[in-house]
Design a protein around this ligand. Sequence first.
Ligand SMILES: Cc1cc2nc3c(=O)[nH]c(=O)nc-3n(C[C@H](O)[C@H](O)[C@H](O)COP(=O)(O)O)c2cc1C
Length: 325
Amino acid sequence: MIATELTRRLGLRLPIIGAPMAGPGLGALTRAVSAAGGLGMLGVSNRSDAAFVREEAAIAAAGGSPFGIGLQLWAMDGQPGLFDEVCASGAALVAVSFGDPVSYVRPLHEAGALVASQVSTAAEAVAAARAGVDVVIAQGADAGGHSGAVIGTLPLLQTVLEALEGSSAMVVAAGGIGTGRGLAAVLAAGAQAGLVGTRLLAATEAAGKPSAKRKVIEADAEDTVLTRVFDIGAGLAWPSRYPGRALRNDFADRWHGHEEALSVDQAEARTTLAQAARDGDYSQAVIYASSAAEFVRAEQPVAEILDQLAADAEHHLAAVRDLLA
Ligand SMILES: Cc1cc2nc3c(=O)[nH]c(=O)nc-3n(C[C@H](O)[C@H](O)[C@H](O)COP(=O)(O)O)c2cc1C
């Protein structure tokens, strides 16, 4: 069994956090990750409202295990009441990412939650820790979904751990963790847990069309692109410093590198993307995912995925310990 300060503080059996993933990460996935001994996190999208949080958090909470919620700060202004629902949800950990976390720390602490934030640089990590963020998530540019990082998880994790040496903030690593080897590597480096997103995309409990899960299962490590074209095409106001890592498809191949032209043709692209998402046509519609898709080879229950990740990590950490003998 692997125990860290974070697993003890949150009462987890496994040093694994299920990434908040707007779309696939609804209450059912959150609850399943928590029931399996990790910490599940509900993904709140930029289009989610207060009622969404109330309903999905209730599903997560009904499992009786601690769970978390992940917010996209850039989109919070347009959602009255959403943050109050988060505070009332009973979440043990709330991630406030993609924006300045400072003003969210106090109300979340008052609500009894630990506060996390995904950071892209050591400077952001230091600022988050100074603001009272308890869990700093070093999210590398190899993460699936949106990220402000320009460096990969391993270099970012090293700079963040060094920058926060002596701080009370706990560091978690995110981006590209798909096996027990990856989990062992970040734990050995000093992370308190691995935050795992893509590896859970084809989990039985993840939301999503079967055809989208199939695409993740079929994808190889080389099949992703970090791009803004899906946000520009859909007319989403994601700040430009946060591109998203997605599976390459015809839409990305056509527009990546031609973002200005896409802005001009945006109305048509918006219709195309919306229709494709409804039809499950992933030659056009987006599937956010990282190279960890390489390690997704079948639809599996969450408990099986987490047990395997943790058992393999334990095995590899024991092997590392033997190197010292
Ligand atoms: C489909 C998908 C949706 C995501 N949505 C969110 C989100 O709503 N909020 C957030 O903070 N991070 C989001 N992320 C990023 C994850 O929290 C996490 O950083 C990432 O999945 C880690 O990298 P990995 O996918 O290689 O495991 C998303 C990632 C994916 C793959």
